[in-house]
Design a protein around this ligand. Structure first.
Ligand SMILES: Cc1cc2nc3c(=O)[nH]c(=O)nc-3n(C[C@H](O)[C@H](O)[C@H](O)COP(=O)(O)OP(=O)(O)OC[C@H]3O[C@@H](n4cnc5c(N)ncnc54)[C@H](O)[C@@H]3O)c2cc1C
Length: 408
């Protein structure tokens, strides 16, 4: 679709994942004119691939010591719950909540039980041992007595409805969601036939940030990393499960399972499985990863029959900024760059943003908004947006992609 628009916009966001879309809504609500440019489809990078878990830090506390990561993230479920209730800088009332909580369970070994207990004690999130099986998700109800199950008050959101809800809101606020591969050229942003000269450029392109930073020639060049995952997909007549199976003194659950209805076939569900298996499985091919997943599920959730299911895998990269010391960050990384033109010819303000987690989006919104409040929005810096532009649509979920090869 080709559209013409001449609304002035002073902030240009590059990348339509959770960071870009959340910021588009948050900043447009404060009266800023915003244009967002997305190279493929909204959510197409990590956001649609995510498991939609709004972490509150439980996963990070599994070693028994509250880390900086678990403290920074502890506020997030509350901020998201406010937004889901329509009370916050963005309104998420249109988002599908797959589950308003999760469960953490241990395999029957003593070590696993101790890990679950340690994780439950050291963080602010009130994790409680569930006494009645009827209170847990259906797929965990048949668990035998020796299996401890804890309730974790971390909601799970359907990522595609999250992306769609933010996109709708952004557009209602006058944000243009432009399809195109953005490039930085001097003081301008280019995407297809669109050329913009915004006052602020926000690099929210995940894996695309590295290339954009090189084009900007700005300094300091922030350090970033990518960490691969080999996720597992299972579909069939599966029960609903949301949660982590923990074992050993590791901050990684053995498996983290989320469930969605499969729109392709009524009654069929998809389990989307991450956790340690997805991290450790990056060097396995799909068949080896599926074989490992069958072993892990048989050990972690043996009461669910795995007969007659279809299996697939998909690979993703997580893109994260690095701290000054080169460590994995515990919070979002937001770096303001000094433009290459120097003081005489400064060009737009340039911020590189890595949320680190989907759950950190509200914190990204707060921090970037605070950094930009002193700016005076100029009247109209965007004559170029009057040229025709194509509208960005929403990316498909991982299991709806042709690349996934299903096997018995
Ligand atoms: C498998 C998986 C599961 C996860 N599960 C969770 C979870 O349950 N909970 C949680 O909190 N976090 C989770 N995460 C992490 C979370 O998904 C990411 O931290 C978050 O989505 C990153 O958002 P983003 O907007 O920075 O990047 P992205 O979602 O990657 O968006 C970047 C966008 O920029 C676009 N782009 C790139 N280059 C350009 C360019 N030059 N011009 C225009 N557009 C460009 C891309 O197409 C993409 O749409 C998970 C990550 C993965 C991979």
């Amino acid at each position: 679709m080709s559209t013409r628009a001449n609304t002035p916009a002073d902030i240009c966001i590059l990348g339509g994942g959770i960071a870009g879309l959340w910021l588009a809504v948050h900043l447009a609500k404060t009266g800023r004119g915003v244009v967002l440019i997305e190279r493929a489809a909204l959510g197409d990078g990590q956001t649609i691939a995510s498991q939609g878990i709004i972490h509150g830090g439980v996963k990070y506390a599994l070693t028994g010591a509250a880390s900086a990561a678990s403290r920074a993230i502890a506020r997030m479920p509350e901020l998201w719950r406010n937004a889901l209730a329509g009370d916050g800088p963005v309104d998420l009332r249109g988002v599908q909540v797959l589950s308003d909580r999760q469960w953490m369970w241990s395999t029957a070994s003593l070590l696993s039980r101790m890990t679950a207990l340690a994780g439950s004690k050291v963080i602010r999130t009130p994790v409680q041992l569930v006494r009645e099986r009827a209170e847990v998700c259906p797929g965990l109800q048949p668990a035998p007595k020796g299996v401890d199950i804890y309730e974790v008050p971390e909601p799970v959101l359907e990522p595609r409805s999250l992306v769609a809800s933010l996109a709708r809101q952004a557009e209602a606020l006058g944000v243009r969601l432009i399809l195109g591969q953005a490039r930085l050229e001097g003081q301008d942003v280019l995407a297809g036939s669109v050329r913009l000269s915004p006052a602020v450029v926000l690099l929210c392109a995940g894996g695309g940030n590295a290339g954009l930073l090189e084009q900007s020639a700005a300094a300091p060049m922030p350090r970033a990393q990518s960490r691969p995952l080999h996720m597992v997909l299972v579909r069939g007549p599966l029960p609903v499960v949301y949660g982590h199976c923990v074992a050993g003194l590791s901050d990684k659950p053995r498996v983290t399972i989320g469930t969605q209805d499969d729109p392709a076939m009524p009654g069929r569900r998809v389990w989307y499985i991450g956790g340690q298996i997805a991290e450790a499985g990056v060097h396995r091919d799909a068949q080896a990863q599926i074989a490992e997943a069958k072993r892990e599920l048989a050990a972690c959730i043996p009461w669910v029959t795995l007969d007659g299911l279809e299996w697939g895998t998909c690979r993703w990269e997580r893109f994260e900024g690095l701290t000054a010391s080169g460590d994995r960050p515990d919070e979002p990384v937001i770096v303001e760059l000094t433009p290459s033109g120097g003081a005489s010819n400064p060009g737009p303000r340039l911020l590189a943003i890595w949320p680190t987690k989907l759950a950190f989006a509200p914190l990204v919104g707060e921090r970037v908004s605070a950094m930009l409040t002193a700016d005076q929005p100029p009247a109209d810096l965007n004559p170029g947006v009057g040229t025709p532009w194509r509208h960005a649509t929403i990316a498909p979920l991982p299991w709806d992609r042709a690349q996934v090869l299903w096997s018995p």
